[in-house]
Design a protein around this ligand. Sequence first.
Ligand code: BEZ
Ligand code: FE
Length: 290
Amino acid sequence: MRNVSEDTLTQTFLDYMSDDTDGRVRYLLTELATRLHGFIRDTGLTHDEWRKALELLFKAGEISDAERNEFVLFSDVLGVSSLVDIINSTPDGTPSSVLGPFHVLGAPDVKVGADLKGENEGDLVVVGGRVLDTDGNPIEGAELEIWQTADNGLYSGQDESQPEYNLRAHMVSDADGRYLFSTVRPAPYTVPDDGPVGELLAATGRHPWRPSHLHFIATAKGFRSLVTEVFPSDDPYLDEDAVFGVREQLIMEYQERNDASDLPDDLEIKDKIEGTFYVVDFDFVLSKEA
Ligand code: BEZ
Ligand code: FE
């Protein structure tokens, strides 16, 4: 079409799509173009404002590499990653939460009861529970990927002082669906804010902090994979997570204890525990694959 106007541009764009365009692609692009063009019309977007937005995207490309994806970070701080999580979560299973950029493949295989804390400084936490189906039956052989920050708020991979795979593990649930490990209490940390995402946060008076959390991916044959996080109930950033990952069902009390005698016998370091430690009980509920 020639002589395109404010009123006809959106329909012209839609007409350009060929008849054999995949149905879902057509639907998504129709919705996107309609809303995007509507946003521009409604806000009266100026050339300067659009140029600034494109500059941010350009800088996101420049700062991204194999280890850092600024586009994912934009998606996180704009709430897009979490909204996709929320609308795709099943109502009967454990809610999912953001994957984040710090998961790596190849974490060591460890047994139920393993110690991940090792030489790490910080409070000792014993984390355990069961992997269950939505009827409450234990799932044997469920695989758990576990990763978290050290006491300094950094993941191994970000911090040269940590050994490779520090505070990372792969565990398989036992016949009762149990998992169990001892570790260090993770710390709150900031998402990377030295790039264009940081500019966006600063321009809107937002801070880059995330509440401390333990990351998990739970998978089992016949069940939907679950990517999630578990947060301590006393974390100061629970109500202001920069990436909107907190859900009520993912908040757990870090229960303070001084007596290790009633901990499970398969906890590797049970006999070496002295003084105060914390216990976190958390069950994962996996939904059946559709
Ligand atoms: C994380 O939890 O590891 C994370 C999530 C989103 C952005 C940055 C970090
Ligand atoms: Fe994280």
